[in-house]
Design a protein around this ligand. Structure first.
Ligand SMILES: [Mn+2]
Length: 484
């Protein structure tokens, strides 16, 4: 049960009080406006005729306090008192256009939110304030509403569906709050499925770079699905950040002074948190945003099997009414298993690219089939024509390769590269190799096994590729010039 308290007079608080009176929960009014007390009581509302600056007239508990006095000085005083008595409550203040600068500052220090009694937003805020996490939405809007320049919403680099969907959800909320905003990512979206997500749903995500992004142009920067500028994104480290919404556990505490923080490691995805915001604000995501959010939850929770919470299920159930599930089927290749996706993620992250050739060590191998599937997937990366992916068990390094370049005989290349130290074979466009771990030089304590394996295999592979004889094509122009 939500307990709401209004402090002030009818001129400033009448309209808000009328709004609240229709909502579930209790309402208590403290005012020295005798005529108002009479009217309120006639409507069955609990009202006491008393000085609203005197804390002895306040009830014991209030979840939401609305401060509404006509006189700015008095208004400020009530707000201070109310904040002292109810430190945990959401404190809403009627707009303070008439307040002097010093009172305005005082108010800023204690009020969570200003409300315009005539606006749709007042209804919403009063409805959600005091609900679980309802204070968060008031604080979120407090961080967005006053911005006079656009809000930049920044994902982590190489954004995943959760980051992409969350960024767009936050721009939707900013739009509703009347603030311009744009969703940005640095670098590129490397994962095939993630590019498919953006393209298929025509998501308005903007690529940017360290050269073209200047933080000064924005009223505030919001980070979604990560929490530190310059760590998981390409912002300059130490860039001031106004908002952070994330679900990753933090290794170091985040400075609370940074602004609006909502970091919930018990939730499976940032998209889930965004859905909660949208619902509390009464916003229905359009089909593409709903689809992206649902896909974000599904991928981050590995189809609801990993780190999933009740909130994730609730959010997904809500979204499924608005999302295009057939679009998800097209984005998601159903034959790719989660272990392949993990292998693929590592392969993308640790890839070494030379020209159009890519080599990547995925470390210790669980599922050996994942290697060839990962190689298949990586071959779809832009600008890549030849791929080897490899990993190891205790005894053996396994290599899987693919090429779509007609100038490369991959079976031959792998035999050249690894035939001396292991077994290699296959066709021109699909090949593999196995190398005993014993061929590695002793791994020093300061070395990482994965890096030693990478250097050994990738080094030989690139060398063999460079020195391979060119396949003759029906063309006078050689595709690559042999090294001199
Ligand atoms: Mn996430």
């Amino acid at each position: 049960m939500m307990r709401r308290l209004v402090l002030g007079d009818r001129a400033a608080g009448g309209a808000v009080t009328d709004h609240i009176a229709d909502q579930p929960g209790t309402l208590y009014v403290v005012t020295d406006d005798r005529g108002w007390v009479t009217t309120l009581r006639e409507d069955g509302i609990r009202a006491v005729e008393a000085d609203p600056t005197d804390v002895s007239n306040y009830p014991d508990i209030a979840d939401t306090v609305v401060v509404a006095a006509t006189d700015p000085e008095r208004h400020g005083r009530i707000a201070m008192r109310a904040r002292e008595v109810f430190p945990e409550a959401t404190l809403l203040s009627t707009t303070h256009d008439t307040a002097g600068e010093s009172h305005g500052q005082q108010l800023d220090a204690v009020a969570d939110r200003y409300i315009d009694p005539d606006a749709e937003m007042a209804d919403r805020l009063l409805a959600v304030a005091g609900e679980p996490h309802g204070d968060r939405i008031a604080r979120l809007l407090s961080a967005i509403r006053p911005l006079s320049a656009p809000l930049a919403v920044v994902t982590h680099d190489n954004p995943d569906p959760d980051a992409i969907a969350s960024a767009l959800a936050l721009t939707r909320i900013a739009e509703w709050a009347g603030v311009d905003s744009e969703a940005y990512y640095f670098g590129e979206i490397t994962h095939q499925e993630n590019r498919a997500l953006v393209n298929l749903l025509s998501l308005p995500l903007t690529a940017t770079s360290t050269e073209s992004f200047s933080p000064d142009e924005f009223g505030a920067i919001a980070l979604v699905d990560h929490a530190r500028p310059g760590v998981n994104d390409s912002l300059p480290p130490g860039t001031p950040v106004g908002l952070v919404v994330d679900h990753h556990p933090q290794r170091q505490p985040i400075d609370e002074r940074e602004g609006f923080l909502d970091i919930r490691p018990d939730i499976g995805s940032t998209s889930t948190i965004m859905v909660e915001y949208l619902r509390q604000l009464g916003l229905t995501p359009d089909e593409s945003l709903a689809t992206a959010l649902l896909y974000g939850i599904q991928t981050d929770t590995d189809q609801f099997t990993r780190g999933v919470s009740d909130a994730d299920f609730t959010a997904a159930a809500f979204l499924s009414d608005h999302a295009a599930e057939d679009a998800i089927a097209r984005i998601d290749s159903p034959d790719v298993s989660s272990s392949v996706l993990d292998t693929l993620a590592t392969a993308i992250e640790d890839r070494e690219v030379r020209g159009s050739a890519l080599a990547s060590c995925v470390g210790q191998l669980g599922d050996r089939d994942a290697l060839s599937q990962a190689a298949d997937e990586l071959l779809d990366m832009e600008g890549i024509e030849t791929v080897i992916v490899f990993g190891y068990t205790e005894e053996t390094i396994y290599v899987s390769g693919r090429t779509r370049s007609s100038a490369v005989d991959l079976g031959e290349t792998l035999r050249d590269a690894l035939g001396q130290i292991g077994g290699a074979g296959g066709h021109a466009n699909m090949a593999g190799a196995q190398v005993p771990m014993g061929v590695l030089d002793t791994v020093e304590e300061w070395e990482t096994l994965s890096i030693v394996v990478h250097d050994t295999i990738a080094g030989r592979f690139f060398e063999a590729l460079d020195s391979a004889p060119q396949i003759q094509l029906d063309s006078d122009v050689p595709l690559r010039f042999p090294p001199d």
